[in-house]
Write a protein that binds this ligand. Sequence first.
Ligand SMILES: NC(=O)c1ccc[n+]([C@@H]2O[C@H](COP(=O)([O-])OP(=O)(O)OC[C@H]3O[C@@H](n4cnc5c(N)ncnc54)[C@H](OP(=O)(O)O)[C@@H]3O)[C@@H](O)[C@H]2O)c1
Length: 240
Amino acid sequence: MSAPGGTCRKEIEMRPYVICHMLSTVDGKIDSAALKAVTGKDEYEATGAKLQGDAWVCGRTTMQQHFAEDEPFVSASNTPAGPQPVYVARRAKSYAVSIDTLGKLRWSDCDLDGDHLICVVSERVPEDYLPMLRERGISYIVSGASSVDLVQAVNLLGQYFGIRTLLLEGGGHINGAFLQADLIDEVSLLVVPGIDGRHDIPAVFDGVSPAKNAAVPLKLKSVEQRESDTLWIRYEVVRS
Ligand SMILES: NC(=O)c1ccc[n+]([C@@H]2O[C@H](COP(=O)([O-])OP(=O)(O)OC[C@H]3O[C@@H](n4cnc5c(N)ncnc54)[C@H](OP(=O)(O)O)[C@@H]3O)[C@@H](O)[C@H]2O)c1
């Protein structure tokens, strides 16, 4: 355990392979509630298992919707923690990773679906948030002064926890941030037989800067047609 400094060569070499694994309608929308009606039972999880990740990561909104306690964490001090060492509560076979800039999520357990929880927060996290995580046996990484430094955080996941394959599992805004940080190696997309069509629903990749007006090129790796009429499409990200 040591303080995260600048990204060094060793950290770059240890960066996990990142696969963005998502389920979407044919118009690219990802609202889990709407998708239920047109998705086979366990199709997303069963397909994800084939990717053999040793960790999965989600943005704060998705973690709040599906995994964290309903009520947010309320700080008694509101004093920013500033730079902090990585805290490894324990090493595990598989991990769940939450990206939560300000430490808003409240957790009751150190495991999610049997995977050891790692909270990634920024230096703006309140100082009393971190002892709360330690008391519950939850690991954490503090990275980035004002927002989470995703490149450094992903490197630290490899370096401190030995994560080799990281499944990026949404939602759209955290996927967009990983894309913009050039952290995605592969896209695994389950296109279900359904159309959403609503304007305000997040897409598979969302929130990317408007200045980035050229699509990221992909190379087709495989396509599988399921009996459920779902297509499983895998693409590699092409880097120049
Ligand atoms: N179909 C699927 O496969 C699938 C999978 C997962 C989720 N979903 C759906 O996706 C929807 C949620 O997606 P979403 O796009 O609204 O939220 P999201 O990507 O789950 O979370 C976005 C949040 O992550 C935090 N974050 C931390 N660092 C960030 C960074 N560098 N860049 C961007 N965000 C960062 C931010 O929280 P702060 O504001 O605290 O900084 C941000 O508001 C839900 O409807 C969920 O059900 C679908």
